[in-house]
Design a binder for this molecule. Sequence first.
Ligand code: PAF
Length: 280
Amino acid sequence: MERILTVRDMQARAEALRREGKRIGFVPTMGYLHEGHLSLIDEAKKHSDIVVVSVFVNPTQFGPHEDLESYPRDIDRDEALAASRGAGLMFYPSVKEMYPGTQQTWVQVEDLTGVLCGASREGHFRGVSTVVTKLFHIVKPHVAVFGQKDAQQAAVIMKMAADLNMDIRILVAPIVREADGLAMSSRNVRLTPENRKKAVILSQSLFGIREGLLKGQPAGALLEEARAAISAVPGAKLEYLELRSYPALEELTELRGTCLAAVAARFGDVRLIDNVMIKI
Ligand code: PAF
């Protein structure tokens, strides 16, 4: 598998692939790949001739007190895993390569980014949409695949691609879960063994809400019950548990169409998110 380190080399390689008539599939990641990422590679393969995986822990999407430094990293392991699933190219730039000077140009998707994770992670989605735009200009993909695990991020990227007329098909692949229901995340390895067990409350709560809504139970009561259950777990700190429309992420006045039940909570210093999509 080819590893490319510079923007110039990646752009030249992408240009050459396009000239050969190859369709480029793209899976942007921050590395420490797990089965969730690998399922995105599988999906990208279905729609392209070659899959490019980027590994870049993007500093502009981390707040000053977030886990940029402790974010897990292991590029050789990532490369082996991506290759085992048939990815053809790994783009692994340094921070200096991606941000050689002061970044003066930002991509900001407005309404979608002030709620859920955006309410507490100021500047997070501006960092995500900016780096994804940069990566799109570097990798030049025909199709890019994102995970539903980051449902708000997927909604932001879809809106950005539509608003800016990006000629890239954006696909969203389902969440991959551990046997007990915990959504796979690179951050899971940072959970203590006790918190790893406790974190299952997030998916349990979301599944309970989905079941209740599909049975016609009132949304308000289901949300309150789930919030209480999460808050009752010693050491768990609930940030939000909300029900919103998808992909507009508006507050729900009535339960109709596709709804998103989304949660964020901290277990020690590890912040986890999860969600379920409910079609009513
Ligand atoms: O989902 C992620 O891993 C990141 O937010 C992304 C899309 C690679 C941008 O840095």
